[in-house]
Design a protein around this ligand. Sequence first.
Ligand code: PLP
Length: 417
Amino acid sequence: MSRATADRAGGVHPHRGSLLGEAEVRAVAEVLRADAPLSMGPVREEFERAFARHVGAAHALTVTSGTVALEIAIRLLDLRAGDEVVVTPQTYHATAQPLLATEATVRFCDVEPGSLNMDPDALETLVNERTKAVILVHYGGNPADMDRITAIAHAHGALVVEDCAHAIGAEYRGRRPGALGDLSCFSFQASKNITTLGEGGMVCTPSPELARRIDRIRSNAVDGTFTPSAHRRPPAALPWMAYADYAYREDCTGLRGSGTNAALSEAACAVGLVQLGRLPEFVARRRAIAAELDAVCRRFDVLPLTAAPDAVHPYHLYTALVPGDGRRDRVLDALQRSGTPAQLRYHPVHLLPEWRLRGHGEGECPVAERLWFGEHLNLPCHPAMSDRQVETLGANLAAALSGRDAPARREKEPSCP
Ligand SMILES: *Cc1c(COP(=O)(O)O)cnc(C)c1O
Protein backbone atom coordinates (compact mmCIF):
# COMPACT_ATOMS: atom_id res chain seq x y z
CA MET A 1 0.00 0.00 0.00
CA SER A 2 1.46 3.38 -0.96
CA ARG A 3 1.71 6.03 1.66
CA ALA A 4 -1.00 8.10 0.00
CA THR A 5 -3.33 5.08 -0.18
CA ALA A 6 -2.59 4.13 3.40
CA ASP A 7 -3.33 7.67 4.36
CA ARG A 8 -6.71 7.62 2.69
CA ALA A 9 -7.48 4.21 4.13
CA GLY A 10 -7.27 5.33 7.68
CA GLY A 11 -4.34 7.07 9.11
CA VAL A 12 -0.74 6.05 9.07
CA HIS A 13 0.55 9.43 7.98
CA PRO A 14 3.68 9.83 10.09
CA HIS A 15 3.08 13.52 10.60
CA ARG A 16 -0.48 13.12 11.70
CA GLY A 17 -0.49 12.97 15.46
CA SER A 18 -3.44 10.68 15.89
CA LEU A 19 -4.92 7.66 14.21
CA LEU A 20 -8.13 8.76 12.57
CA GLY A 21 -9.93 6.29 10.36
CA GLU A 22 -13.26 5.61 8.67
CA ALA A 23 -15.09 5.15 11.98
CA GLU A 24 -14.20 8.71 12.99
CA VAL A 25 -15.18 10.04 9.54
CA ARG A 26 -18.56 8.28 9.83
CA ALA A 27 -19.09 9.67 13.33
CA VAL A 28 -18.56 13.24 12.10
CA ALA A 29 -20.79 12.66 9.08
CA GLU A 30 -23.58 11.39 11.32
CA VAL A 31 -23.46 14.53 13.41
CA LEU A 32 -23.49 16.73 10.32
CA ARG A 33 -26.38 14.85 8.71
CA ALA A 34 -28.53 14.62 11.83
CA ASP A 35 -31.17 17.20 12.55
CA ALA A 36 -29.46 17.87 15.87
CA PRO A 37 -27.46 20.60 17.59
CA LEU A 38 -23.83 21.21 16.59
CA SER A 39 -22.92 22.18 20.14
CA MET A 40 -24.03 21.33 23.68
CA GLY A 41 -26.11 18.38 22.48
CA PRO A 42 -26.55 14.68 23.16
CA VAL A 43 -23.18 13.55 21.76
CA ARG A 44 -21.28 15.66 24.27
CA GLU A 45 -23.36 14.15 27.07
CA GLU A 46 -22.69 10.66 25.77
CA PHE A 47 -18.94 11.27 25.46
CA GLU A 48 -18.77 12.72 28.97
CA ARG A 49 -20.71 9.76 30.42
CA ALA A 50 -18.47 7.28 28.61
CA PHE A 51 -15.30 9.07 29.68
CA ALA A 52 -16.44 9.33 33.31
CA ARG A 53 -17.19 5.61 33.26
CA HIS A 54 -13.80 4.86 31.70
CA VAL A 55 -11.75 6.69 34.30
CA GLY A 56 -14.13 6.04 37.19
CA ALA A 57 -14.82 9.74 37.82
CA ALA A 58 -18.09 11.03 39.24
CA HIS A 59 -18.16 14.02 36.87
CA ALA A 60 -16.48 14.60 33.51
CA LEU A 61 -16.92 17.88 31.62
CA THR A 62 -15.54 18.51 28.14
CA VAL A 63 -13.72 21.75 27.35
CA THR A 64 -11.86 23.03 24.30
CA SER A 65 -8.31 22.04 25.29
CA GLY A 66 -6.08 20.69 28.03
CA THR A 67 -4.81 24.21 28.60
CA VAL A 68 -8.35 25.48 29.17
CA ALA A 69 -9.02 22.52 31.48
CA LEU A 70 -6.03 23.60 33.60
CA GLU A 71 -7.05 27.26 33.49
CA ILE A 72 -10.50 26.38 34.78
CA ALA A 73 -9.15 24.00 37.45
CA ILE A 74 -6.75 26.67 38.72
CA ARG A 75 -9.45 29.34 38.61
CA LEU A 76 -11.53 27.12 40.90
CA LEU A 77 -8.81 27.30 43.55
CA ASP A 78 -9.73 30.96 44.18
CA LEU A 79 -6.06 31.81 44.79
CA ARG A 80 -5.21 35.01 46.60
CA ALA A 81 -1.97 36.71 47.65
CA GLY A 82 -0.40 34.70 50.47
CA ASP A 83 -1.75 31.39 49.18
CA GLU A 84 0.79 28.81 48.08
CA VAL A 85 0.70 26.20 45.33
CA VAL A 86 3.13 23.33 44.83
CA VAL A 87 3.71 22.28 41.23
CA THR A 88 5.99 19.91 39.34
CA PRO A 89 8.70 21.46 37.14
CA GLN A 90 9.03 18.45 34.81
CA THR A 91 6.02 19.02 32.57
CA TYR A 92 4.76 20.94 29.58
CA HIS A 93 4.60 24.58 30.61
CA ALA A 94 0.78 24.66 30.27
CA THR A 95 0.52 22.80 33.59
CA ALA A 96 1.80 25.77 35.60
CA GLN A 97 1.02 28.59 33.16
CA PRO A 98 -2.35 29.65 34.64
CA LEU A 99 -0.55 30.31 37.94
CA LEU A 100 1.27 33.23 36.27
CA ALA A 101 -2.03 35.12 36.30
CA THR A 102 -2.48 34.66 40.05
CA GLU A 103 -0.82 36.22 43.06
CA ALA A 104 -0.17 32.88 44.72
CA THR A 105 3.35 31.89 45.75
CA VAL A 106 4.49 28.99 43.58
CA ARG A 107 6.79 26.29 44.94
CA PHE A 108 8.34 23.92 42.41
CA CYS A 109 8.67 20.41 43.80
CA ASP A 110 11.53 18.18 42.68
CA VAL A 111 10.92 14.86 40.93
CA GLU A 112 11.78 11.21 41.55
CA PRO A 113 14.76 10.14 39.44
CA GLY A 114 13.10 6.86 38.39
CA SER A 115 9.91 8.37 37.01
CA LEU A 116 10.36 12.16 36.74
CA ASN A 117 7.07 12.39 38.67
CA MET A 118 6.60 14.65 41.70
CA ASP A 119 8.62 13.30 44.62
CA PRO A 120 6.39 12.86 47.71
CA ASP A 121 9.42 13.28 50.02
CA ALA A 122 10.17 16.67 48.46
CA LEU A 123 6.49 17.55 48.64
CA GLU A 124 6.49 16.93 52.41
CA THR A 125 9.06 19.69 52.84
CA LEU A 126 7.07 22.22 50.79
CA VAL A 127 3.50 21.97 52.08
CA ASN A 128 2.21 24.06 54.94
CA GLU A 129 -1.04 25.60 56.16
CA ARG A 130 -0.94 28.18 53.34
CA THR A 131 -0.79 25.50 50.62
CA LYS A 132 -4.02 25.58 48.63
CA ALA A 133 -3.17 23.06 45.95
CA VAL A 134 -0.68 20.51 44.68
CA ILE A 135 -0.51 20.35 40.88
CA LEU A 136 1.21 17.38 39.29
CA VAL A 137 1.53 15.62 35.99
CA HIS A 138 1.62 11.90 35.32
CA TYR A 139 4.83 12.29 33.36
CA GLY A 140 4.69 10.49 30.02
CA GLY A 141 1.52 8.77 31.26
CA ASN A 142 3.23 6.90 34.09
CA PRO A 143 1.05 7.46 37.18
CA ALA A 144 2.54 9.54 39.99
CA ASP A 145 2.52 8.20 43.55
CA MET A 146 -1.02 9.47 44.12
CA ASP A 147 -1.74 7.68 47.39
CA ARG A 148 1.12 9.45 49.11
CA ILE A 149 0.70 12.77 47.33
CA THR A 150 -3.03 13.05 48.08
CA ALA A 151 -2.47 11.99 51.71
CA ILE A 152 0.14 14.76 52.16
CA ALA A 153 -1.95 17.39 50.35
CA HIS A 154 -5.21 16.56 52.09
CA ALA A 155 -3.53 16.49 55.51
CA HIS A 156 -2.80 20.19 54.87
CA GLY A 157 -6.24 20.95 53.43
CA ALA A 158 -4.82 21.37 49.91
CA LEU A 159 -6.57 20.17 46.76
CA VAL A 160 -4.81 17.89 44.29
CA VAL A 161 -4.94 18.85 40.60
CA GLU A 162 -3.81 16.09 38.23
CA ASP A 163 -2.59 16.99 34.76
CA CYS A 164 -3.62 13.79 32.96
CA ALA A 165 -2.71 15.03 29.47
CA HIS A 166 -0.39 12.03 28.99
CA ALA A 167 -2.25 9.54 31.13
CA ILE A 168 -5.29 8.53 29.10
CA GLY A 169 -5.23 4.73 29.31
CA ALA A 170 -3.03 4.60 32.43
CA GLU A 171 -3.85 2.60 35.55
CA TYR A 172 -2.77 3.06 39.14
CA ARG A 173 -3.49 0.40 41.76
CA GLY A 174 -6.68 -0.68 40.01
CA ARG A 175 -7.88 2.88 39.43
CA ARG A 176 -7.20 5.43 36.73
CA PRO A 177 -5.77 8.95 36.63
CA GLY A 178 -8.81 11.19 36.37
CA ALA A 179 -10.31 9.56 39.44
CA LEU A 180 -7.33 10.17 41.73
CA GLY A 181 -7.34 13.94 42.27
CA ASP A 182 -9.83 16.64 43.27
CA LEU A 183 -9.60 18.12 39.76
CA SER A 184 -8.22 16.15 36.82
CA CYS A 185 -7.36 17.74 33.49
CA PHE A 186 -7.12 15.91 30.18
CA SER A 187 -6.04 16.95 26.69
CA PHE A 188 -7.37 15.52 23.43
CA GLN A 189 -4.96 17.54 21.31
CA ALA A 190 -3.85 15.76 18.13
CA SER A 191 -0.62 14.40 19.62
CA LYS A 192 -2.21 12.89 22.76
CA ASN A 193 -3.27 9.29 23.34
CA ILE A 194 -6.72 9.95 21.87
CA THR A 195 -8.04 13.04 20.11
CA THR A 196 -11.29 14.91 19.53
CA LEU A 197 -10.68 16.34 16.04
CA GLY A 198 -7.28 17.78 16.91
CA GLU A 199 -8.18 19.89 19.94
CA GLY A 200 -10.18 19.22 23.08
CA GLY A 201 -9.97 18.64 26.79
CA MET A 202 -11.84 17.38 29.85
CA VAL A 203 -12.03 18.17 33.53
CA CYS A 204 -13.02 15.38 35.93
CA THR A 205 -13.89 15.79 39.58
CA PRO A 206 -15.51 13.80 42.36
CA SER A 207 -17.17 16.99 43.68
CA PRO A 208 -20.68 17.92 42.51
CA GLU A 209 -20.04 21.49 43.66
CA LEU A 210 -16.84 21.82 41.58
CA ALA A 211 -18.59 20.16 38.62
CA ARG A 212 -21.38 22.74 38.84
CA ARG A 213 -18.85 25.57 38.85
CA ILE A 214 -16.92 24.09 35.89
CA ASP A 215 -20.16 23.85 33.94
CA ARG A 216 -20.99 27.49 34.61
CA ILE A 217 -17.51 28.73 33.69
CA ARG A 218 -17.37 26.79 30.41
CA SER A 219 -20.81 28.07 29.41
CA ASN A 220 -19.95 31.74 29.78
CA ALA A 221 -22.04 31.91 32.89
CA VAL A 222 -20.85 33.71 35.94
CA ASP A 223 -19.11 31.74 38.61
CA GLY A 224 -20.68 32.23 41.97
CA THR A 225 -23.18 31.18 44.53
CA PHE A 226 -26.80 31.78 43.77
CA THR A 227 -29.42 31.77 46.46
CA PRO A 228 -33.14 31.99 45.86
CA SER A 229 -34.37 35.43 46.71
CA ALA A 230 -37.94 35.36 47.95
CA HIS A 231 -38.51 39.08 47.80
CA ARG A 232 -37.79 39.41 44.09
CA ARG A 233 -40.46 37.41 42.35
CA PRO A 234 -41.23 38.11 38.72
CA PRO A 235 -43.97 40.67 38.38
CA ALA A 236 -47.32 38.87 38.32
CA ALA A 237 -48.17 40.71 35.11
CA LEU A 238 -45.34 39.00 33.25
CA PRO A 239 -45.70 35.30 34.07
CA TRP A 240 -44.83 34.25 30.47
CA MET A 241 -41.31 35.60 30.78
CA ALA A 242 -39.65 32.40 31.82
CA TYR A 243 -36.17 33.86 31.61
CA ALA A 244 -37.21 36.82 33.71
CA ASP A 245 -38.54 34.41 36.27
CA TYR A 246 -35.16 32.65 36.28
CA ALA A 247 -33.30 35.92 36.70
CA TYR A 248 -35.55 37.18 39.44
CA ARG A 249 -35.31 33.98 41.40
CA GLU A 250 -31.58 34.35 41.82
CA ASP A 251 -29.75 36.65 44.13
CA CYS A 252 -26.59 37.64 42.29
CA THR A 253 -24.76 39.17 45.22
CA GLY A 254 -22.58 36.06 45.48
CA LEU A 255 -21.12 36.46 42.01
CA ARG A 256 -17.42 36.32 41.49
CA GLY A 257 -15.17 35.84 38.51
CA SER A 258 -16.50 35.44 35.05
CA GLY A 259 -17.08 32.71 32.54
CA THR A 260 -15.69 31.76 29.19
CA ASN A 261 -16.86 29.71 26.24
CA ALA A 262 -15.13 26.35 26.36
CA ALA A 263 -17.84 24.20 24.78
CA LEU A 264 -16.51 21.29 22.73
CA SER A 265 -18.48 20.74 19.53
CA GLU A 266 -20.70 17.71 18.90
CA ALA A 267 -18.51 16.60 15.98
CA ALA A 268 -15.41 16.66 18.19
CA CYS A 269 -17.19 14.70 20.91
CA ALA A 270 -18.35 12.13 18.33
CA VAL A 271 -14.72 11.56 17.35
CA GLY A 272 -13.76 11.34 21.01
CA LEU A 273 -16.31 8.56 21.56
CA VAL A 274 -14.88 6.49 18.71
CA GLN A 275 -11.30 7.12 19.85
CA LEU A 276 -12.13 6.12 23.43
CA GLY A 277 -13.33 2.78 22.06
CA ARG A 278 -10.00 2.35 20.23
CA LEU A 279 -7.88 3.37 23.22
CA PRO A 280 -6.97 -0.21 24.29
CA GLU A 281 -5.60 -0.87 20.78
CA PHE A 282 -3.54 2.37 20.85
CA VAL A 283 -2.17 1.70 24.34
CA ALA A 284 -1.24 -1.89 23.47
CA ARG A 285 0.72 -0.66 20.45
CA ARG A 286 2.52 2.03 22.45
CA ARG A 287 3.45 -0.54 25.10
CA ALA A 288 4.73 -3.01 22.50
CA ILE A 289 6.97 -0.32 20.97
CA ALA A 290 8.19 0.68 24.44
CA ALA A 291 9.07 -2.94 25.23
CA GLU A 292 11.27 -3.10 22.11
CA LEU A 293 13.01 0.16 23.03
CA ASP A 294 13.46 -1.04 26.63
CA ALA A 295 15.31 -4.11 25.37
CA VAL A 296 17.74 -1.99 23.33
CA CYS A 297 18.32 0.47 26.20
CA ARG A 298 19.10 -2.29 28.69
CA ARG A 299 21.76 -3.74 26.40
CA PHE A 300 23.66 -0.45 26.73
CA ASP A 301 23.22 0.46 30.43
CA VAL A 302 20.58 3.02 29.66
CA LEU A 303 17.66 3.23 32.06
CA PRO A 304 14.20 3.40 30.58
CA LEU A 305 11.65 5.03 32.86
CA THR A 306 9.24 2.27 33.83
CA ALA A 307 6.01 2.04 35.79
CA ALA A 308 5.56 0.57 39.26
CA PRO A 309 4.42 -3.10 39.14
CA ASP A 310 0.90 -2.05 40.17
CA ALA A 311 0.59 0.58 37.44
CA VAL A 312 -0.01 0.57 33.67
CA HIS A 313 2.08 3.02 31.66
CA PRO A 314 0.46 4.01 28.34
CA TYR A 315 3.74 5.52 27.03
CA HIS A 316 2.50 8.84 25.75
CA LEU A 317 6.20 9.65 26.00
CA TYR A 318 9.01 7.13 25.91
CA THR A 319 11.82 8.42 28.09
CA ALA A 320 15.18 6.94 28.99
CA LEU A 321 18.03 8.27 31.11
CA VAL A 322 21.50 8.07 29.56
CA PRO A 323 24.10 8.32 32.32
CA GLY A 324 27.74 9.20 31.68
CA ASP A 325 29.61 12.43 31.11
CA GLY A 326 28.37 13.99 27.87
CA ARG A 327 27.07 10.65 26.64
CA ARG A 328 23.46 11.78 26.34
CA ASP A 329 24.45 14.68 24.09
CA ARG A 330 26.55 12.40 21.88
CA VAL A 331 23.67 9.91 21.62
CA LEU A 332 21.20 12.68 20.82
CA ASP A 333 23.48 14.04 18.07
CA ALA A 334 23.94 10.57 16.58
CA LEU A 335 20.19 9.94 16.63
CA GLN A 336 19.47 13.23 14.96
CA ARG A 337 22.10 12.54 12.29
CA SER A 338 20.35 9.24 11.55
CA GLY A 339 17.04 11.08 11.03
CA THR A 340 15.50 9.93 14.31
CA PRO A 341 13.35 12.70 15.78
CA ALA A 342 14.61 12.24 19.33
CA GLN A 343 13.58 15.06 21.64
CA LEU A 344 13.91 16.37 25.15
CA ARG A 345 10.60 16.93 26.87
CA TYR A 346 10.40 19.13 28.89
CA HIS A 347 12.70 21.97 29.78
CA PRO A 348 12.22 22.38 33.56
CA VAL A 349 9.39 24.88 33.91
CA HIS A 350 10.96 26.84 36.79
CA LEU A 351 13.87 27.78 34.50
CA LEU A 352 11.67 29.22 31.74
CA PRO A 353 11.94 33.02 31.35
CA GLU A 354 8.50 33.82 32.79
CA TRP A 355 9.29 31.91 35.95
CA ARG A 356 12.83 33.28 36.25
CA LEU A 357 11.27 36.74 36.14
CA ARG A 358 9.34 35.70 39.24
CA GLY A 359 12.52 34.78 41.06
CA HIS A 360 12.81 31.10 40.25
CA GLY A 361 16.10 29.64 39.10
CA GLU A 362 18.80 26.98 39.25
CA GLY A 363 19.11 24.79 42.29
CA GLU A 364 15.41 24.79 43.09
CA CYS A 365 14.84 21.26 41.75
CA PRO A 366 18.28 19.61 41.53
CA VAL A 367 17.09 16.20 40.35
CA ALA A 368 14.91 17.58 37.55
CA GLU A 369 17.74 19.91 36.46
CA ARG A 370 20.49 17.30 36.56
CA LEU A 371 18.49 14.73 34.60
CA TRP A 372 17.13 17.09 31.97
CA PHE A 373 20.43 18.79 31.27
CA GLY A 374 22.48 15.61 31.53
CA GLU A 375 20.61 12.35 30.91
CA HIS A 376 17.10 12.84 29.66
CA LEU A 377 16.20 11.40 26.23
CA ASN A 378 12.79 10.97 24.57
CA LEU A 379 12.35 8.59 21.68
CA PRO A 380 9.43 8.37 19.26
CA CYS A 381 6.65 6.06 20.45
CA HIS A 382 3.38 6.29 18.59
CA PRO A 383 0.78 3.73 17.48
CA ALA A 384 1.01 4.99 13.89
CA MET A 385 4.58 3.71 13.65
CA SER A 386 4.94 0.68 11.39
CA ASP A 387 6.92 -2.41 12.41
CA ARG A 388 9.58 -1.30 9.95
CA GLN A 389 9.82 2.13 11.55
CA VAL A 390 10.14 0.58 14.99
CA GLU A 391 12.86 -1.74 13.70
CA THR A 392 14.76 1.19 12.14
CA LEU A 393 14.41 3.18 15.33
CA GLY A 394 15.78 0.26 17.38
CA ALA A 395 18.73 -0.13 15.01
CA ASN A 396 19.50 3.61 15.06
CA LEU A 397 19.23 3.66 18.84
CA ALA A 398 21.57 0.68 19.22
CA ALA A 399 24.07 2.32 16.87
CA ALA A 400 23.90 5.65 18.69
CA LEU A 401 24.28 4.00 22.11
CA SER A 402 27.20 1.85 21.02
CA GLY A 403 29.00 4.88 19.58
CA ARG A 404 28.95 3.41 16.08
CA ASP A 405 27.69 5.41 13.15
CA ALA A 406 24.01 4.89 12.58
CA PRO A 407 22.95 3.02 9.44
CA ALA A 408 22.65 5.48 6.56
CA ARG A 409 19.29 7.13 6.42
CA ARG A 410 17.19 5.58 3.72
CA GLU A 411 15.72 8.22 1.48
CA LYS A 412 11.95 8.35 1.26
CA GLU A 413 11.48 6.18 4.29
CA PRO A 414 9.06 8.06 6.51
CA SER A 415 10.56 9.02 9.81
CA CYS A 416 8.55 8.59 12.93
CA PRO A 417 5.63 10.79 13.88
C1 PLP B 1 -0.57 18.79 25.87
C2 PLP B 1 -0.43 19.12 27.28
C3 PLP B 1 -1.17 20.14 27.89
C4 PLP B 1 -2.03 21.08 27.12
O1 PLP B 1 -3.04 20.49 26.41
P1 PLP B 1 -3.63 21.21 25.09
O2 PLP B 1 -4.86 20.41 24.80
O3 PLP B 1 -2.59 21.11 24.03
O4 PLP B 1 -3.95 22.61 25.45
C5 PLP B 1 -1.04 20.32 29.25
N1 PLP B 1 -0.19 19.57 29.97
C6 PLP B 1 0.55 18.61 29.41
C7 PLP B 1 1.45 17.81 30.29
C8 PLP B 1 0.48 18.36 28.06
O5 PLP B 1 1.24 17.40 27.50
